[in-house]
Design a protein around this ligand. Structure first.
Ligand code: ADP
Ligand code: MG
Length: 445
């Protein structure tokens, strides 16, 4: 019966990276197969968790494929020193005797998200350069690297690229890519099973590079924030690289502990803004090339002009266009693209610009365009100015520095405070709410 295990494991081996296989699957010993249950012996509990989270379904599927039967999997743990495993786990400090594994690449890295496939333009130059720097001088400069920007602008892409690059250059390093939501779930599950120590050991001791995506999710989750804070400190003290992404600037994340906020500012904060037209064209062309979609220049421009603030949507439209073209057995041309994407664009693309917003605000409040950029501190001017900034932020997704620049060279914190203020006023003050609503409708944002 154990032959079944050999067969299963051999065909899994053929489908995965040999390094991962050697680290995770080769050490497993199958001790029995009986009553539709396969018992596997693994070196320790951390190992079991890792198999559980990452390889269990592959193993089950393979067994099913070979036999047509569904197997349950039981684990047997052979701790290196069998003395008293429970006591070991209760010790607050990591057990020093435990051998340190190397070359772990934990978390799913998308193989397509690499530096080579990332298009650099003025909107993401800093974030890109900082990400590259982090790979070559691991652990010192730019720690932590904090990348922030709106949805679909390439944060995850860059972080995966960092993971791939460091892994290629330093295969011995343990790289952990995790979203803060996964970090939280994993933490909760360890607390529930009284295995905090394993969790801490994994993140503070095993990890060489921590890539934490979408940190905004831990806002308001006190225990997870606390755990992350200690993880951060431990890694930082060991000069381990930390990269964090977020959809907001640290000061803008509500319900984030001050001590975390300030730590995010110890290193480098790099923003990604919505790409400008040329960058969008380059991105859509690169994507078409990668997917072998023949895309004429005028169609590339058409897509890039109509989708301004989200690269994911840009890619989505290209794929949709390609799918439709293949269904209809025709090539992609401008008229065809217009026809296929007509409804999509009307629905989802904000066509207004910062200038449009400023013009509409001036018309509504009866001001001159220069007033919004000027120095006046009178409420009759400051209120419309703040409304304009707020609309640009929430309606167009423009970045804080860009808005500041376009409203008379103001600092990004001024813009942020303005947005907060209008948010509050819109709830309390009917006149402000109605101004915001009317302008939104008028601008279709
Ligand atoms: P975010 O994490 O910021 O929400 P993602 O990294 O998931 O965004 O990016 C969304 C999609 O857009 C991905 O498919 C990504 O490859 C692509 N993308 C974003 N920016 C770029 C860029 N500068 N060059 C190439 N592709 C990009
Ligand atoms: Mg992302």
């Amino acid at each position: 019966m154990l032959e079944l295990w050999d067969k299963a494991i051999t065909s899994i081996q053929n489908r995965m990276k040999s390094q991962n296989f050697d680290i995770w699957l080769r050490p497993i010993e199958c001790t029995s197969i009986a009553d539709s249950t396969v018992t596997l012996r693994v070196p320790n509990r951390f190992f079991q968790d890792y198999i559980d989270a990452n390889y269990l379904s592959i193993i089950r599927d393979q067994l099913h494929e070979l036999t047509g039967e569904d197997f349950a999997i039981d684990f047997l743990i052979s701790e290196p020193s069998a003395d008293s495993p429970t006591d070991v786990r209760k010790t607050p400090q990591p057990a020093p005797a435990q051998p340190r594994q190397t070359g772990i690449l934990a978390g799913q890295l998308n193989p397509r998200y690499r530096f080579e496939s990332f298009v650099v333009g003025p909107s993401n130059q800093l974030a890109h350069a900082a990400s590259m720097a982090v790979c070559s001088v691991t652990g010192r400069k730019y720690n932590p690297l904090f990348i922030y920007g709106g949805v679909g602008l390439g944060k995850t892409h860059l972080v995966h690229a960092i993971g791939h690059q460091i892994h290629a250059e330093h295969p011995e390093m343990n790289i952990f890519y995790v979203s803060s939501e996964q970090f939280m779930n994993e933490f909760i599950s360890c607390v529930r099973n009284q295995r905090q120590h394993d969790f801490q050991h994994r993140y503070r001791h095993d990890c060489d590079v921590l890539l934490m995506d979408d940190i905004q999710f831990i806002a308001g989750k006190d225990r997870t924030q606390d755990e992350f804070f200690h993880t951060f400190n431990s890694l930082y003290d060991q000069h381990k690289q930390i990269v964090v992404t977020c959809d907001k600037y640290p000061q803008e994340i509500d319900n984030l502990e001050e001590r975390l906020r300030s730590r995010f500012q110890w290193g480098l904060i790099a923003d990604i803004q919505a790409p400008e037209l040329e960058t969008r064209v380059a991105i859509v062309k690169k994507k078409a090339e990668a997917e072998h979609i023949p895309l004429p220049d005028d169609v590339a421009f058409f897509l890039a002009e109509n989708i301004r603030s989200n690269v994911r949507e840009l890619e989505g439209s290209l794929i949709r266009l390609a799918a439709q073209a293949s269904i209809e057995g025709r090539s992609i041309e401008l008229d065809f693209a217009r026809h296929v994407l007509r409804t999509v664009f009307n629905l989802s693309s904000p066509r207004a610009t910062i200038e449009d917003v400023q013009r509409a605000v001036c018309a509504y409040f009866n001001l001159r365009a220069g007033d919004l950029r000027g120095k006046s501190r009178q409420r009759s001017v400051t209120l419309p100015r703040m409304v304009g900034m707020y609309l640009c932020r929430t309606g167009l997704g423009a970045s804080l520095p860009e808005i500041g620049e376009r409203f008379g060279g103001r600092d990004h914190t001024t813009v942020m405070n303005a947005c907060r203020k209008i948010e509050r006023l819109a709830e309390a003050d009917l006149a402000v709410r109605s101004a915001v609503d009317t302008l939104r409708r008028k601008l279709a944002i």
